[in-house]
Ligand binder design. Structure first.
Ligand code: SF4
Length: 347
């Protein structure tokens, strides 16, 4: 019989589980706090539970984990990249970024990704499996343990498409937000999607206060189809409609991510078309100098091109910022470290 993953359970689910193994309901809150407040990694550390209950939990339950196998610290800005091993020896990566307002962590939601964005190394070998909510939380807990500092915001922008693992990601958001656990405000959680339209409508109706970031990367279908194959099924017009529905329903401003690729999507004509597409929308654009992925033939736009693009959009009333590139000396770009580690392991 497979063991129940207690770290991925809400308090209510844990109460039901306790009933099923013949224990009192109040034990659930104790276990929940051990897992999410004190963030222990074994039942034996739960010292206010009787020995017999701990034994029972060891027999029927498990605690999902993420063990750091490698860690790289940027000499430039202290950005830290972690490679974590999960159950079945699956490898994922997470990034800790230090800002003046606190520590932000970028976590993975799947092992690999099946979305096929052409600028991203995470998708080169497809997707292996979804992460559980407990595994997503474990990335944050381990980074907090390692630094001794609290994580104040989380971005779901590591490997994987969060909306392709919808139920577990929703569970994660609710668990991270739980006042008996990490107690992370929803406004401090950003979910980044490549634009799975149907799931965006579902998400809008969940009454959450998280920030939605949409990887747009182009001003029209023709260019977007080349960069992001997934857009062939999720066309531009319907995507923008879904974004409007999200911001109208949640009253939250959408962030559009736009990776600047030299000669592909960085002309002033592109900026003009983009500004027309997004006119009157509650949104913000983040321009990102694209990462070099050696398997692809992309070069990042020059800083002058990025600046003029941003200036044009700002002059049209669309708030646009250029994302500061962190950790460029440690391959902090999406999926690159994991890929290198797996190649090393294979040899
Ligand atoms: S950018 Fe995100 S959605 Fe696209 S392939 Fe990479 S991990 Fe997947």
């Amino acid at each position: 019989m497979s063991k129940a993953d207690l770290k991925s359970m809400s308090l209510e689910e844990l109460q039901i589980f306790m009933g099923e193994i013949g224990e009192a309901k109040f034990r659930a809150k104790q276990v929940f706090e051990w897992l999410h407040k004190k963030q222990v990694s074994s039942f034996d550390e739960m010292t206010n539970l009787s020995k017999s209950l701990r034994e029972k939990l060891n027999e029927t339950g498990k605690i999902s984990f993420a063990h750091a196998v490698e860690k790289y610290v940027s000499k430039q800005d202290n950005t830290t990249k972690y490679l974590f091993a999960l159950e079945n020896d699956n490898i994922i990566e997470s990034v800790l970024m230090r800002y003046s307002y606190g520590n932000a962590v970028c976590i993975s939601t799947q092992v690999g990704c099946r979305m096929g964005c052409t600028f991203c190394a995470s998708t080169l070998d497809g997707v292996e499996r979804n992460l559980t909510a407990g595994e997503m939380l474990s990335q944050i807990y381990e980074i907090q343990k390692d630094t001794g500092e609290r994580v104040s915001s989380v971005v779901l922008m590591g490997s994987g498409e969060p909306l392709d693992n919808y139920d577990n990601v929703l569970k994660f958001i609710r668990l991270a937000n739980d006042k008996n656990g990490l107690n992370l405000g929803q406004r401090h959680i950003t979910l980044s999607t490549c634009g799975l339209i149907e799931k965006m409508y579902l998400l809008a109706d969940e009454s959450l206060q998280i920030t939605l970031a949409v990887s747009l990367h182009a001003p029209n279908d023709e260019i977007r189809n080349r960069i992001m194959p997934i857009s062939k099924k999720n066309d531009y017009e319907r995507l923008i409609e879904a974004c409007k529905y999200y911001s109208d329903t949640t009253k939250r401003r959408i962030t559009f991510e736009y990776a600047m690729i030299s000669g592909v999507n960085d002309s002033i004509d592109c900026a003009r078309e983009l500004s027309e597409r997004l006119r009157n929308m509650l949104c913000h654009i983040n321009l990102i100098p694209v990462n070099d992925v050696k398997e692809r033939n992309y070069k990042k736009s020059s800083s002058e091109t990025v600046e003029s693009f941003a200036e044009f959009l700002n002059s049209r009333g669309i708030e646009t910022t250029v994302r500061r590139k962190l950790g460029s000396d440690i391959n902090a770009a999406c999926g690159q470290l994991r890929k290198g580690y797996l190649e090393k392991r294979q040899k």
